[in-house]
Structure formats: C-alpha cells, structure tokens
Design a protein around this ligand. Structure first.
Ligand SMILES: [Zn+2]
Length: 310
C-alpha cells in the first residue's frame, strides 16, 4: 500500500474497516442510491499514513455521475454560500487572476471583487447556469487545464473538493502548476480536527463520497511536499445548523464510553441503535448550551500556501 499524497509505503495503518454491504444499505435507505457497482471489495478501510498524517480510504473509489445526481436533489447539497468563502476572499487581492477547481456554477466568484475568474467543473449544466451570470466555467479537469495554462493564475483554490478526489497528489500538483511564481494556493476541506472526525454513521464522509480526511498536520505537510510556503490555517467555529449534530454525536460518545462500547464510524449494532433515542434527547438539551465563547471547531478548515518566486 502506498500513500496517495506522499507516496510512503511504510507506516500505512488501518484505522477503521467498514462493511461495504452495510455502507451500501445505508446509502440506499438515506439517499435512494445504489453504490454496489462503485465499490468491488467486501470492506472499505480507513488508512492512516504515519509519514504525512493523511487519512484515506482503500479502495479510493469515487462516485459516478448517477451517484452525484442522486445527492444533488438534496436541498442542502449545493449551498450558495460557504463560511470559508469569506476567509478565502480576504486572501485574494483585487485584479487577481483566479482559478477555482470544482467550482459548480461559480458561486465563489460573487464573493470576489474585480478579479478575472475561471471555474473548472465537469458539469455542463453548471457551465450554462454560470454563463447566465457572466461567470466563465470550463468543463475539464485541473490536470488537463494545467497543461494548457501553466503559470497563468495568481490564485488557485478549491472548496470541499479535495476530499472527493482519487488522484490526490495529481490534483494538488496541477493547481500548483497553474500558479504563477509567488501565486497562492487555497484549500478548503472538512476538518479532521473537528467533530466531523468522530461522527457516527456519517456516510457522506465515506466512499464513494469522501475518499480522504485532512488534519491540520497533514495540510501543513502538503506545503513541504509541494514545495510551498505556508501562509496560514483557519478553522471556522461550529455553525448554528450543526449544534445539534455535534451534541448528538457527543452524547452517543459519552453513553458508549460509559457502557464500554468501542467507537465504530458505521455501527449497525443493536446497542448503538438503542442509544440513539437517549442521545437525541441529550443532544437537544446540550445544544441549548452552545453559544459564542464555548464553541468548538466547525466543519471546515482553510489552508493557504504561496508558490516560491523562482
Ligand atoms: Zn502520506
């Protein structure tokens, strides 16, 4: 086994193992989508790389168009505004030439003033919608784009995209290739240093949706692996619409620890099922106690790096 970020072959340790049939049943029940043709192995493993701290799934099996179409019908799937947009926008100077990979219909462009924006997305529908708002989207991969447009952009960014990608190293290197010397790379991902890491039954953080998980340490290691200078790392705080999720998950953890039941990211056991009702009540109560001043890290972390001048 070889790490898809740093290529280390030693220090690849299995952290969790999920039954593909249990995962498939959960996707079917929750999102009415069939994933069995996407994952051929009986289990998916979550692997930790001791060299770079990346957590990645084995097999790295991503969703196809049908899979994403079935998620897109969820009203929350494509939000117009993500908390990290504000942070990222503050790093982008006026007049910059900006490339966003996995742009959707280019919502991030609306947060930027007087920039020359290009979005990359595979969706032809996203391209049509963006064109109506005067936003330019190209339907190609960043790897293809980087061959045509090397050293072209002042900023390359992606938000909630890297964790979906099979070719992790290639995806990052292509964005760096698109940058001019001195250009800025901005990455927004779900934080593995937040409550997301220890959620229960959060199948969207598993294949074929998410294929990797990112700690602060791993993000900072990207800097040295890609020969970039770190600029900063920013966490959002827990957003109000996640208060209950956080407290519910905390309650299940507390009850399981109290009963001596080990953590499993996808637990189909009877005891886990029985604990959901008391955890729901506890979660509802605890969520009332969250307020600015005692909020933990939120869902997302943003990391920024600079490409060397020469
Ligand atoms: Zn690694």
């Amino acid at each position: 086994m070889k790490c898809p970020l740093c290529s280390a072959s030693s220090g690849q340790q299995v952290r969790d193992e999920i039954s593909t049939s249990a995962l498939s049943a959960r996707y079917k029940a929750k999102y009415q989508t069939d994933i069995r043709h996407l994952i051929q192995t009986p289990t998916v493993q979550l692997i930790h790389c001791a060299a770079c701290d990346l957590l990645y799934y084995q097999p790295l099996a991503s969703g196809d168009e049908g899979f994403y179409n079935s998620l897109q019908v969820q009203p929350w799937y494509y939000v117009d505004e993500k908390p990290e947009f504000h942070r990222a926008a503050s790093l982008i100077p006026e007049g910059a030439k900006v490339l966003e990979t996995g742009s959707g219909k280019g919502n991030f462009a609306r947060f930027l003033k007087k920039v020359d924006y290009t979005g990359l997305d595979f969706s032809t529908k996203a391209k049509e919608l963006a064109a109506k708002n005067g936003v330019s989207i190209v339907n190609e991969s960043v790897q293809t784009h980087s061959d045509k447009m090397p050293e072209t952009y002042d900023v390359a960014c992606s938000f909630q995209v890297l964790e979906h990608v099979e070719d992790i190293r290639g995806f990052l290197e292509a964005q760096v290739k698109c940058l001019k010397p001195g250009g800025i790379l901005i990455i927004g991902v779900p934080s593995e240093d937040s409550y997301v890491a220890r959620s229960f039954d959060l199948i969207l953080n598993m294949p074929p949706h998410h294929l990797s998980r990112w700690t602060d340490t791993c993000l900072m290691n990207c800097g040295s692996l890609l020969n970039l200078k770190p600029i900063g790392l920013w966490h959002d705080t827990l957003q109000p619409h996640h208060y209950f999720d956080y407290c519910y998950s905390l309650s299940i953890h507390a009850l399981k620890k109290w009963l001596g039941i080990p953590y499993k990211s996808l637990d189909t056991g009877i005891l886990h099922t029985l604990l959901k009702a008391p955890a729901y009540v506890l979660g509802k109560i605890l969520a009332k106690g969250l307020m600015p001043g005692n909020l933990p890290y939120g869902h997302t972390v943003v990391a920024a790096f600079q490409k060397p001048m020469a």
